[in-house]
Design a protein around this ligand. Sequence first.
Ligand SMILES: CCCCCCCC/C=C\CCCCCCCCCCCCCC(=O)SCCNC(=O)CCNC(=O)[C@H](O)C(C)(C)COP(=O)(O)OP(=O)(O)OC[C@H]1O[C@@H](n2cnc3c(N)ncnc32)[C@H](O)[C@@H]1OP(=O)(O)O
Ligand SMILES: Cc1cc2nc3c(=O)[nH]c(=O)nc-3n(C[C@H](O)[C@H](O)[C@H](O)COP(=O)(O)OP(=O)(O)OC[C@H]3O[C@@H](n4cnc5c(N)ncnc54)[C@H](O)[C@@H]3O)c2cc1C
Length: 672
Amino acid sequence: MSEITSSIPLQINPDLQEERDKASFNVTELTHIIYGGIEKTKKRKRLEKLLFSDPFFQEYQNVRAFGSRSEYYAASVKKSTKIFKLRRQHKWTDEEYETVLDICHDDLALTLHHTMFIPALERLATEDQKSKWLTLAKQYKIIGTYAQTELGHGTYLQGLETTATYDPQTREFVMNTPTLSAMKWWPGSLGKSSNHALVLATLIISGKKYGMHPFLVQLRSMDDHKVLPGVRVGDIGAKMGGNSVDNGYLILDNVRIPRNNMLMKNAQVSPDGKFVTRGPSKANYATMMLIRVQICTMAYQVVSSGATIGIRYSAVRRQSKLDPQDREPKILEYQTQQYKIFPGLAMSYAFLFASRSLTRKYEEAFAEIQRGDFKSLPELHCLSSGLKSFCSEHSVRQVEIIRQSCGGHGYLNAAGLGMLVNAAAPMITVEGENTVMYLQLARYILKRFAGAMSGQQLDGSTSYLSMDPATYVCPVMSETDCRNLTALCDIYRYRSYMTVCRVARQVQHDMESDMPQHVAINKNLVDLVRAAKAHSYYIVVKDFVEGVDALVASAPVIKVLRTLCCFYAAHGIAEYSGDFLESEAVGLHQLKWIKNLQVSLLGEIRPDAVALVDAFDYHDITLSSALGCYDGNAYERLFKSTENDPMNKEEVHPSYYQYLKPFMEEMNKSKL
Ligand SMILES: CCCCCCCC/C=C\CCCCCCCCCCCCCC(=O)SCCNC(=O)CCNC(=O)[C@H](O)C(C)(C)COP(=O)(O)OP(=O)(O)OC[C@H]1O[C@@H](n2cnc3c(N)ncnc32)[C@H](O)[C@@H]1OP(=O)(O)O
Ligand SMILES: Cc1cc2nc3c(=O)[nH]c(=O)nc-3n(C[C@H](O)[C@H](O)[C@H](O)COP(=O)(O)OP(=O)(O)OC[C@H]3O[C@@H](n4cnc5c(N)ncnc54)[C@H](O)[C@@H]3O)c2cc1C
């Protein structure tokens, strides 16, 4: 027993080293592909070194694990301000700052200032307004949040109740929270951190409503951070996760702001109270679309972090017996373990390619929109809505499966997986609740399908809806065909086509039976979401296949990525086999072959599993997991983590003197 210490061995766990030694490809080459080239990898490493040379970043992990809510929030404010200062000092670009946020892997107290407040000013303010407000925000002379959601409404923006009533006498807007349900509720950084908020409110001029518009409202004094007259603001309470952020409530009572505090890029109110709009009616929704695109990248980061922890731990954990003559095997040897974890590994690479492709499309469309050309907006809105929902739903579910695959230790905070699931869970809700976003996509697909039926030539992500289904023959004719990525992609495309076609016909049939449109739609909502999911799955598989096909890389890297891509596609068909059979995208024979392939691919991925997660190149502090550390010394790190547990500070806990001791004394004296 005396040999048991909590010190961490210097060497890599031999079980993990053995895995690294058998990799079929060069891990560094794949890392460069993931980060977009050698230079970007080097830059990330430099930023990592700069951040983590400060012991605070290590200490922060302890506060996160063991601190009170208030201590965690305070540490998070400290971390945000440290990063802001470093940003100014080193003149980081937006890309470098985003890399730093990725390295931190955390939703920080003041993150919203950069992720939403600044992008909203960039998208919604006029040039004059930008030169004032954006400059102040970028110099951290004001700290802001994006206050849209209310207690009563988050999804239905037309139902927002906060009002901004124009007073032409004083040339001011009067901001009000008329009811309990109108109070802003949820905005990040609102409760305690921000001194300004971009408040989304219904514009009223001379008693007439003009829809939702953005207004910049100062909430707190710039001298002492005290709340200004007419403003009531606070934190909404502890959450399942993300407790470093002060999501807040806000009540405005006749708060007057100058006319120029309405952000007027898309609509203007003249001094005498005339309302003029420019661009499409949804132009003020622009910031949300940006974040939806970013959530796809976050989903990649979430699932790849989970896969890294799960695979490294499974390579060092030994349990039970496979061969009765042999020692206990690594749990990674069990086919069932591979079946739990490898879908998350394959999904990581699928989402890497899908999010990259979506980001590229967003950047192209954004450049067009800046030039006043809005033609790509509907396609981009629907693509980003669908992929945001698909990537968040699948990544959160998969990381929870990985957490369960780590047995009891997966349940410890020190494993990092529970925290990851809880931190990532809101991706499903924020920036448009997933079902609602899938329905936005479904609505678009139905319209495009109707267009195709009336002979329109479609382009973009729905161009396949012009296909003639009569020409479809399942491209998998033999077991070997199942490895053909184009064939697998065709199967997804046809499944999507048939799912869309079926629900479109049903809605049309219901409407022709004299059902009002809204009744017909509501009667088919479940199938509409199914169609949006089928379409999104097809897009992700297509992006993965095209991404791998376009790669310039060594043969071993291409081979391993093709294997993963094949597994991702085969696994999806096996998992949703009912849908694929029902749509006749595959028959029973093909399904059997694809299921067999899926299982045999587990064995092919197995030797490269550790190398494939090493390629994500996550720093130990970023992963924040005793189970997933690079050196594989999971048990030592678990034991070490108990040193910081405040429960272990005293040999005898104060509760003993307060409760247990008197209780024991009473029991010992008792005659019963
Ligand atoms: C944070 C950094 C962390 C980085 C670390 C990563 C490492 C990972 C490790 C750990 C995990 C950490 C993970 C952290 C995750 C937590 C995230 C926290 C931060 C996120 C901040 C969240 C901020 C918010 O939530 S802000 C509020 C967002 N709110 C919404 O999105 C509201 C949703 N509702 C709507 O958008 C709309 O109301 C609607 C679309 C549902 C309906 O709108 P409507 O009623 O006005 O319209 P219609 O349905 O009638 O449609 C009319 C017409 O318009 C079209 N339309 C609608 N929207 C748009 C649009 N945006 N653009 C273009 N067109 C649009 C619609 O399609 C219709 O078109 P038609 O042609 O059919 O008429
Ligand atoms: C961690 C976190 C951070 C947030 N940060 C911010 C922020 O910074 N700023 C901000 O303004 N907001 C923020 N929000 C709020 C967030 O944007 C909303 O919660 C989100 O848009 C969902 O809206 P809701 O809460 O009204 O859900 P609801 O719309 O009430 O959803 C509840 C249920 O109703 C269903 N539903 C609703 N409408 C329909 C429909 N039309 N068809 C079918 N089903 C429907 C949904 O599918 C869901 O199942 C945050 C939320 C969270 C959890």
